[in-house]
Design a protein around this ligand. Structure first.
Ligand code: NAP
Length: 275
């Protein structure tokens, strides 16, 4: 059997997902195609209908359709419902079910790079940003038992909304800068520093202690200004491409019920992104 997979978004010609999922298919010893469905919003409803009829096993969804896809699906997994955004869809016997793999993917990538964290859930964590990715990451950390998570965001109301059901410190970006020495792990989830604005950084790290882990989920560029700054100050670094791989691994798991090994994809992808 040849499985059909794909990605919906716009623009997505340079997406890394086909490269990732073709390797996963190979590792899992499955025959399949991963197609790019680069469509305008007016074409979205028809495309989803066609996908359903053509027995596509599953597909990924990226910008700008992570929310717009929701009314076109039959059901949502609790994580996607909570986050309010879908990046993975499973065609379950003709019913399209939406999932969000960002949070679990991030958590797996983090704990794989820093296994000691799994036994130290009391670390002080700062999440910078309160958008869709931050929501997934916050929920996954919270559910995994991490107890001290502060959120700093440009729009303070969004940070409050994110921590509605739990007790988290809410900070402005300036307050986060002033209190950086408290944190053992800083997770940068905003768009700030992404190509073509790679000179930007959401905060300065002057007050940070050198043992801190600094994680940036942006992967283009792989060395954001924030991570370069963190490295100069002696921090431990966690790059965004590893979240990309692990969130894709979890999507593959949802489609096929098997967890493909990443083999050496982490270092391969890093090399590709470093150009
Ligand atoms: P989003 O929902 O649009 O959220 C954007 C966040 O960035 C918000 O917190 C927003 O603050 C903040 N922000 C934007 N411009 C800002 C500025 N000039 N100054 C300060 N804060 C600013 O986006 P998202 O889906 O969460 O994605 C965010 C980033 O994560 C993107 O770079 C994306 O590529 C990356 N990402 C990576 C992976 C991966 O696998 N590595 C997966 C998903 C996303 P306000 O609330 O104030 O607007």
């Amino acid at each position: 059997m040849t499985y059909k997979l794909g990605l919906i978004g716009y623009p997505i010609k340079h997406s890394l997902s086909p490269w990732i999922h073709k390797q996963f298919l190979e590792v899992a010893n499955l025959q399949g195609n991963y197609s790019i469905f680069e469509v305008r919003e007016v074409e979205l409803t028809e495309l989803v209908q066609t996908i359903k009829e053509k027995s596509v096993t599953g597909f990924n969804v990226t910008l700008p359709y992570k929310q717009k896809i929701i009314p076109l699906l039959d059901d949502l997994d609790p994580s996607a419902k909570h986050i309010g955004a879908v990046n993975t869809v499973l065609n379950k016997e003709g019913r399209l079910v939406g999932f969000n793999t960002d949070g679990i993917g991030y958590l797996r990538s983090l704990e794989q790079s820093f296994p000691d964290l799994t036994n130290n859930k009391q670390v002080n964590i700062l999440i910078i940003g309160a958008g869709g990715a931050a929501r997934g990451i916050y929920n996954a950390l919270h559910q995994a038992g991490y107890t001290s998570i502060a959120i700093a965001n440009r729009t303070i109301e969004k940070a409050k909304e994110l921590s509605r059901h739990s007790e988290s410190a809410i900070l402005t970006l300036d307050q986060a800068e002033e209190n950086l020495a408290i944190f053992d792990l800083i997770i940068q989830t905003t768009n700030v520093g992404m190509k073509p604005n790679q000179g930007d950084s959401p905060i300065k790290l002057d007050g940070m202690k050198s043992s801190t882990i600094v994680s940036d989920i942006i992967y283009q560029p792989i060395w954001t200004t924030l991570l370069q700054d963190a490295k100069m100050k002696g921090a431990q670094i966690h790059h965004g491409h590893s979240m990309l791989l692990y969130q894709a691994q979890y999507a593959f798991e949802i489609w096929f019920g098997v967890t493909p090994s990443l083999r050496n994809m982490n270092s391969q992808l890093k090399r590709i992104l470093e150009g």
